[in-house]
Design a protein around this ligand. Sequence first.
Ligand SMILES: *[C@@H]1O[C@H](CO)[C@@H](O)[C@H](O)[C@H]1NC(C)=O
Ligand SMILES: *[C@@H]1O[C@H](CO)[C@@H](O)[C@H](O)[C@H]1NC(C)=O
Ligand SMILES: *[C@@H]1O[C@H](CO)[C@@H](O)[C@H](O)[C@H]1NC(C)=O
Ligand SMILES: *[C@@H]1O[C@H](CO)[C@@H](O)[C@H](O)[C@H]1NC(C)=O
Ligand SMILES: *[C@@H]1O[C@H](CO)[C@@H](O)[C@H](O)[C@H]1NC(C)=O
Ligand SMILES: *[C@@H]1O[C@H](CO)[C@@H](O)[C@H](O)[C@H]1NC(C)=O
Ligand SMILES: *[C@@H]1O[C@H](CO)[C@@H](O)[C@H](O)[C@H]1NC(C)=O
Ligand SMILES: *[C@@H]1O[C@H](CO)[C@@H](O)[C@H](O)[C@H]1NC(C)=O
Ligand SMILES: *[C@@H]1O[C@H](CO)[C@@H](O)[C@H](O)[C@H]1NC(C)=O
Ligand SMILES: *[C@@H]1O[C@H](CO)[C@@H](O)[C@H](O)[C@H]1NC(C)=O
Length: 688
Amino acid sequence: MEELQLRQMLILATAVAMVAAAALASDKLQTLPGCTSTCGGIEIPYPFGVGNSSTQPQQPCFLEPNFDLVCNNSKLNWGDFIISSINVTAHQMDVTFYVARFCNDSENDNNPWMSTAETFTVSRTENKFGTIGCNSLGFLQSTYDNNTYGTGCATQCNGTDATIIDDGSCSGIGCCHVDIPPRMRNISISAATYKPDDGWHGCSYSFVAKRNSYNFSITHLKIFQYLELPLVLDWTVGERNCSGFERSRVEYACMNNSDCNDADTDIGYRCMCKPGYQGNPYVGCTGVAATIVILFVGATSLYLIYQKRKLNKLREKYFKQNGGSILLQQLSTRENSSRMIQIFTEEQLKKATNNFDESLIIGSGGFGTVFKGFLENNSIVAIKKSKIVDESQKEQFINEVVILSQINHRNVVKLLGCCLEREVPLLVYEFVENGTVYDFLHTQKKVNSETWKTRLRIAAEAAGALSYLHSAASMPIIHRDVKTANILLDNTYTAKVSDFGASRLVPLDQTEIATMVQGTFGYLDPEYLLTSQLTEKSDVFSFGVVLVELLTGEKPHSFGRAEEKRSLSNHFLSCLKEDHMFDVLQFGMVNEENEKEIIEVAILAARCLRLKGEERPSMKEVASKLDAIRQMEKRPWINRDQNLEETQYLLDESSSSIYERGEDSSSHQNTSYDIIRDRIPFALDNGR
Ligand SMILES: *[C@@H]1O[C@H](CO)[C@@H](O)[C@H](O)[C@H]1NC(C)=O
Ligand SMILES: *[C@@H]1O[C@H](CO)[C@@H](O)[C@H](O)[C@H]1NC(C)=O
Ligand SMILES: *[C@@H]1O[C@H](CO)[C@@H](O)[C@H](O)[C@H]1NC(C)=O
Ligand SMILES: *[C@@H]1O[C@H](CO)[C@@H](O)[C@H](O)[C@H]1NC(C)=O
Ligand SMILES: *[C@@H]1O[C@H](CO)[C@@H](O)[C@H](O)[C@H]1NC(C)=O
Ligand SMILES: *[C@@H]1O[C@H](CO)[C@@H](O)[C@H](O)[C@H]1NC(C)=O
Ligand SMILES: *[C@@H]1O[C@H](CO)[C@@H](O)[C@H](O)[C@H]1NC(C)=O
Ligand SMILES: *[C@@H]1O[C@H](CO)[C@@H](O)[C@H](O)[C@H]1NC(C)=O
Ligand SMILES: *[C@@H]1O[C@H](CO)[C@@H](O)[C@H](O)[C@H]1NC(C)=O
Ligand SMILES: *[C@@H]1O[C@H](CO)[C@@H](O)[C@H](O)[C@H]1NC(C)=O
């Protein structure tokens, strides 16, 4: 991990350096457009140039003919000389020049000379004149204003006596050197021997060489291998000095942000960048500040890129960690891929929730937080952000995505997509406006018969959804956490079952699976609690509690109630047993028209709450029963004649059941009384 970061930092540093180099290079803009910029790796900055511009054939690449170079076989030629480097800031140019040689064979003796253009001078600061040999003389001569002048040095030694010669330093014995006189343009170099009979028969060598380009060694007295050595030339431009441009700027070579300088020049002038600027003054100087800005911007953007990459890496990691690849695989191999699950990016969801602004929280609990979000296409969504991050939660998350992506039911909340790029994965659902049934119930203080109609419809819809999950979906799904807080209501109070975090897919050949007991206190199936065997009937039990909640308007469990009333389902069942069912119903809801329906629902709830799962009706049965009760509501005359006393009487009765003898549940309208008679005492006996 650290190694990785180190490597990334290194990459970053390199990148910054490259940007810096690029900035500096672009800053210099060494050549004119269309001109050769390098030759054999040697840069060719303006005012030097090779021939004419390739884009403008009549435009020379050089400032003056003196700066016209030839690039041949990767060698940069300046007349007879080979250039090894050009420095515009220092106004210098390195060339190689011959070494003067004198031996007694006279055959290979050499006295080289050079005649440069007036604007080139042998650099006084960068070169030395040296002579190698014993009893040797070296001369450097030049002409200026038709006068010859020069300098030189001599050595005296006995070549056979090496002890006195200081090896490695040019001390005057065996090697001597002198400074270069000014204004040397037309130079000639010669070497000679004096006292030739003095026992020394070696050769003498003289040269002008760049500092540190030659280091004397005592072996050079016997074998001197250099034919050429580097030499530095100073150069200027033009023929006039700077004052010549005071009136006319024609042919003035100094470009933007540069000054003319003619100190130490007898012919021509130099262009220098103004203080605070850098670059090539013959092209135009730029502010150092601008370079710093470019560098800063470059470095900053690189840093941001680096950060972004890091973030992307992290996202990728989370995506993998969160089972993203498994999910994608699941989604892609799905046969029935009628519904697309969108994979959202973290950015999208951050934007949608105004960076998870607290004011957009629409729900929170043990599982985490739900935010209201606004997507870019103006649709409103609910974004669920889990609270705790542990492996089991991630499993749940993937579980929910997989389950919900397979479901398409109008009473099941629609999963639109998810985001796996975060450590805590996010789920995106359709937005269901009106909160949960739990809120709906427990904020309704005054109720009436209309309230009941709504509640009955909600019950029927939720039951339908659960029934669909249990049987109609491609693989049965046990919700495992059926409760009013998990049933949402939209703007028309249509129920939408939600929160499939704990749900399980049940393979078709299995009817029950062993799991960790999970659920919500007050709704939990006692049989499941005891055996850990999860079946569809666990959902039925929980739904029974939901029905009781709808009937009573009470919370399923409250420590605020008297002890015997704490568990709503038990309290409800005992009231039913003791003929006080109407005491437990929410006040104001029952009237003449709906009492029959309410009784039917109460009976159904009691059946759902049976201790033994196998004795509970299936969800399908519950759903069709509720549908039938709703039909009753629409055609009230069917049961209008049945009155309450009769029902209560029947509740107390105890006889054998038509239902138990195998009567189909679809005959609910005729069998309901029998069911009451038969089932309720049984449930109560076992529920204790
Ligand atoms: C280069 O340009 C000059 C005019 O500036 C022209 O006289 C010369 O012929 C050109 N050279 C080539 C090779 O085109
Ligand atoms: C280029 O250099 C080669 C030797 O390296 C020489 O023979 C040739 O004449 C040169 N060409 C030009 C155009 O100077
Ligand atoms: C040119 O010379 C200046 C001054 O001597 C020096 O600072 C600079 O590094 C040289 N540039 C190159 C490219 O050698
Ligand atoms: C040249 O050197 C040879 C030996 O290598 C010596 O015999 C001869 O005298 C020398 N001539 C002169 C003119 O120094
Ligand atoms: C140098 O001598 C030439 C003739 O040999 C003459 O024309 C020229 O003016 C002289 N230059 C100077 C600077 O004296
Ligand atoms: C040079 O040194 C050698 C050996 O040390 C000696 O024989 C010779 O005389 C010396 N020559 C001179 C001129 O000193
Ligand atoms: C350079 O010097 C040589 C002799 O050393 C002379 O023949 C030649 O005319 C001089 N050239 C110039 C341009 O001074
Ligand atoms: C000569 O010696 C100097 C100082 O020791 C060193 O910097 C330089 O590279 C040497 N030059 C060569 C050609 O070896
Ligand atoms: C500049 O050149 C002019 C002649 O062109 C001369 O009169 C003047 O003295 C020169 N100035 C310097 C500083 O060399
Ligand atoms: C030099 O400055 C002028 C205006 O002052 C501008 O038009 C031109 O582009 C500049 N040239 C360069 C190379 O910066």
